[in-house]
Write a protein that binds this ligand. Structure first.
Ligand code: GTP
Ligand code: MG
Length: 138
């Protein structure tokens, strides 16, 4: 059993669709074993997306991620990291497959509704950035 880190981004909380997104997550066989709503500071968003700091869209990304609350989650399941990325769909919703979260809900490449870890090392780091062990209840 594997765990991954998920964020329901500001475009999801703004539109009040976090329950609809969670329904797709659970429908894919992933269990939400930790969840909380937080408003990221600019600093937290910069730290979280530090890998992208040289990219031209970094400033806009940090701005968007700290502009409204998010829901941070730990998801658990068989091959949870790859499974969640399948369910999320392509980064740009224009390329996302039918039935994926981003196809159903994303507005554009920046406001693309969800984040999911891309590897087990990043999943561990990202989970630890937001959750202590006793907040994760499998
Ligand atoms: P995350 O799960 O959020 O990490 O998405 P990803 O792994 O599918 O994509 P990636 O890590 O390459 O990019 C991180 C985030 O940066 C994306 O989810 C987008 O929100 C944002 N992003 C990526 N490319 C662009 C872009 O060209 N323009 C803008 N505005 N944002 C972008
Ligand atoms: Mg990524």
């Amino acid at each position: 059993i594997e765990r991954t880190f998920s964020i329901l981004k500001p475009d999801a909380t703004r539109r009040n669709i976090t329950g609809k997104v969670n329904a797709l997550i659970e429908g894919a066989g992933l269990r939400i074993v930790a969840q909380k709503r937080v408003h990221l500071t600019r600093g937290q968003a910069e730290t979280f997306y530090a890998v992208h700091k040289e990219r031209p869209f970094f400033g806009e990304l940090v701005e968007q991620m700290s502009a409204a609350p998010v829901v941070v989650q730990v998801l658990e399941g068989e091959n949870a990291i790859a499974r969640y990325r399948e369910v999320m769909g392509a980064t740009n919703p224009a390329n996302a497959a039918p039935g994926t979260i981003r196809k159903e809900f994303a507005l554009n490449v920046g406001e693309n509704t969800v984040h999911g870890s891309d590897a087990s090392e990043t999943a561990s780091v990202e989970i630890a950035q937001f959750f202590s062990g006793n907040e994760i209840v499998g």
